[in-house]
Design a protein around this ligand. Structure first.
Ligand SMILES: Cc1ncc(COP(=O)(O)O)c(C=O)c1O
Length: 365
């Protein structure tokens, strides 16, 4: 028995997503790079490597991790590089995508050995949550002025555009891509590769994978470009649980259960985006608000139904716990950091990482 809390990554569930990614690559000719910002648990990369072309990154450390642990094509991107980083970034990457004309101009010569790209911002997105909306007013994420972009076309061979956010609606994706074509069509014809970023939930239940692949292929042919996708969430969705144990129950007008984890520390994105954790089957006569053990008053995983009253020692599995969790976990309150375990394809579970007091202490000084 592994001590809770721990994230449990199930390789057979990962495979479901990876098979779809392979299918899209084969049908469309697009390449797929894992977005490490979402999921960077490199013990799973032995499996993932066979289904994806490489990684994309948001920083020096991510690009280095991608190169060292995944291999394949390694794209470097960052909202802004510093003078102290750029030389090393160049050693780890095949392509480097600059966020602005300013960064491109500053570092184009240092990155002369790589294919260079620029992030474009089409000013439309699928997000309605301003915190995560790359097309929000005054967004710093990429350039949108065609004249400014025109002036640096001799220094780039490709573009990256990320404007889909949790988008499971193919028609919406299609419409957004058409807007990109209207705004930047003349520029797209002059580059050899275009990355369409992440945020497209094409591994979701019922997504029209064939139509999606055809759209990508038609886009690639129309502009004569190699298309890249940067799936984060789509690569790992529904592959992982966060396993926790009930430590206490009480009733303050509602039945409450406190578990040995913290949404603030271990599933931070849910808190940021004001979403509930997911529990299955979430049925039964007994309703509980399941809460984390940090001191934050709103450290609440959600309200769920159970078949029997919860008691100390009961186990709970929060579903869909791979994306933006392990990469964001933190030591708030010194709460024990969840271990990481892998369920192999043969069903065996191996503990691949445990965190200790020494790790906590070493994260401070
Ligand atoms: C540039 C870029 N690529 C890829 C991704 C991955 O997105 P997702 O995990 O939603 O697929 C993101 C997410 O923010 C991103 O900003």
């Amino acid at each position: 028995m592994i001590q809770t809390p721990y994230y449990l990554i199930d390789k057979s569930k990962l495979l479901r997503n990876l098979d779809i990614i392979r299918d899209v690559r084969e049908r469309s000719g697009a390449k797929a790079l894992l977005a490490l910002k979402c999921f960077a648990t490199w013990s799973a990369f032995d499996l993932m490597r066979a289904y994806m072309d490489g990684t994309t990154s948001s920083s020096l450390y991510e690009v280095r991790l991608g190169r060292e642990t995944f291999g394949g094509e390694t794209h470097a991107y960052s909202v802004a590089y510093g003078d102290d980083e750029i030389d090393e970034v160049v050693t780890h990457a095949d392509k480097i995508i600059f966020n602005s004309v300013g960064q491109l101009t500053r570092y184009a010569d240092k990155a002369a050995s790589l294919q260079r790209g620029l992030r474009l911002n089409p000013q439309v997105s699928s997000s309605d949550f301003d915190l995560a909306d790359p097309a929000r007013p005054f967004s710093r994420l990429g350039e949108w002025n065609v004249d400014r972009i025109e002036a640096v076309m001799d220094r780039v061979s490709g573009f990256m555009i990320h404007n889909n956010c949790e988008n499971g609606d193919f028609a919406l994706f299609d419409g957004l891509l058409s807007t990109i074509e209207e705004r930047f069509g003349s520029l797209l014809k002059r580059v050899s590769w275009v990355s369409l970023g992440g945020g497209i939930h094409f591994t979701g239940e019922g997504y029209p994978v064939e139509a999606f692949s055809e759209r990508l292929k038609a886009f690639a042919e129309r502009y004569g470009v190699q298309v890249y996708l940067e799936p984060g969430e789509a690569a790992i969705t529904k592959s992982t649980t966060l396993e926790v144990t009930v430590l206490d129950t009480l009733n303050n007008g509602k039945d409450l259960a406190i578990v040995d984890s913290s949404i603030e520390a271990h599933m931070l994105d849910l808190l940021i985006y004001r979403q509930s954790a997911k529990l299955e089957p979430n049925t039964g006569d007994h309703a509980y608000m399941v809460c984390g053990k940090s001191c934050l008053a709103g450290d609440i995983f959600g309200e769920f139904r159970f078949e029997a009253p919860l008691k100390v020692g009961d186990r709970i599995s929060f579903q869909d716990a791979a994306g933006y969790t392990m990469v964001k976990k933190n030591w708030f309150n010194g709460v024990r950091m969840p271990s990481i375990a892998l369920r192999e394809l043969n069903g065996e579970i191996s503990l691949i990482k445990q965190f200790s007091f020494e790790d906590y202490k070493a994260s401070l000084s």
